[in-house]
Design a protein around this ligand. Structure first.
Ligand SMILES: *Cc1c(COP(=O)(O)O)cnc(C)c1O
Ligand code: SF4
Length: 344
């Protein structure tokens, strides 16, 4: 599919909603899908920014609550930069490919990635509330991988058959973009497997759409026998406002351990002071920094890359500023590796 920014239709018609549609699904449907509309609301002129003409099947998508945290009139706002499709995306760069982390090779069953010992990653949904321009899954063939419409039977059989699997990671897309009815059913299935002890959820929704953390979600999350770890994804301290902090407190109240992963991004957080402020804000909200990823070299994201030597220098400067528990591990994802490789 080829989307042309300049000819993009006004926001697509909303799916029908009824009084029983959860508020978060309505908020999801009401997000920005058009760069011009977003820029107008930020008092920016689309003419002043070199926007992508072709978003390569990965159009702009931004929840309104996330956009409200962007600074008006600042074309370099670090939140805007994460989501705005720029013309730079259309340039090819050597070494930047469609599947940089070898996901296709790690598919053990439809929707199930088994790369590392003791834990598997389940692709629960192909959808996201926000389209992060640097995302390494932007070209991932979800429909072929079978991580979509509730085809989890074979994945569950696989988990059941392998007693070494202690932890199941829900990923996607964003797993929390899936309805609570379906998530509760999936978690129920996992609870029935005696050797599964932990449920980990990798999600950006508590940050980009905090209203997602509602009573219906907390009901199944608070009830499960599994130990729950929620790994959120924030790259800049400005992403965390009072609404996000309240959502994180609700998750913690339901018994979840909260961690954060970030990606080191040129023009967003390639600065030790910015990363230190992020760590402090996360800790204020009850979240420990977990990983700081080097950019996965996915096609279309080369303009976000921070060279390794510079990344190391930033990480060292961060260590010099913060207590060890507030310094995320600097890692790189390698196809075929046994773990996410520490960068030293
Ligand atoms: C990142 C990842 C994990 C989790 O790795 P941790 O080091 O435990 O956070 C598991 N499986 C896959 C396929 C991954 O990409
Ligand atoms: S929310 Fe995660 S999976 Fe979705 S586009 Fe952003 S980085 Fe990619």
């Amino acid at each position: 599919m080829i989307a042309e920014m300049s000819k993009a239709p006004p926001t697509a018609p909303l799916p029908p909603t009824s009084p029983s549609t959860p508020a978060w699904q309505r908020a999801l449907a009401e997000g920005y899908r058009d760069a011009a509309a977003l820029l107008r609301d930020l008092d920016l002129d689309p003419q002043d920014l070199a926007l992508a003409q072709d978003t390569d099947g990965f159009p702009l998508r931004v929840p309104r609550s996330f956009a409200r945290r962007m600074r008006r009139g600042d074309p370099r706002d670090p939140l805007l930069r994460q989501v705005l499709p720029l013309a730079a995306e259309n340039q090819t760069a050597p070494g930047f490919v469609a599947d940089p982390v070898g996901d296709a090779a790690a598919l053990a069953a439809p929707g199930l990635l088994h790369k590392y010992h003791g834990r598997v990653l389940l692709l629960v949904g192909g959808a996201c509330a926000v389209h992060c321009r640097y995302c390494f899954r932007r070209h991932f063939p979800y429909s072929e991988a079978g991580g979509r419409a509730g085809e989890w039977g074979e994945a569950l059989d696989r988990v059941t058959a392998d007693e070494r699997i202690r932890e199941v990671i829900l990923s996607g897309g964003d797993p929390l973009a899936v309805s609570d009815t379906r998530l509760a059913a999936l978690v129920h299935g996992l609870e029935a497997v005696p050797h599964v002890q932990r449920l980990r959820i990798h999600t950006r929704l508590p940050v980009v759409l905090p209203c997602r953390i509602d009573d219906a979600l907390l009901a199944w999350l608070g009830r499960t026998r599994l130990q729950v770890v929620v790994v959120i994804h924030a790259n800049h301290g400005n992403e965390i406002d009072d609404e996000v902090t309240a959502a994180l407190a609700r998750l913690q109240g339901a018994g979840a351990t909260l961690l954060n992963q970030s990606v080191l991004l040129r023009g967003v957080n390639d600065d030790d002071a910015v990363l230190a402020a992020l760590s402090e804000k996360l800790f204020d909200a009850g979240v420990l920094p977990y990983y700081l990823h080097l950019l996965d070299r996915v096609q279309g994201a080369a303009h976000f890359e921070v060279p390794e030597a510079e990344a190391l220098a930033i990480h060292r400067a961060l260590m010099a500023r913060l207590p060890g528990y507030l310094v995320p591990r600097l890692v790189r994802e390698k196809a075929g590796g046994m773990y996410k490789e520490p960068v030293t």
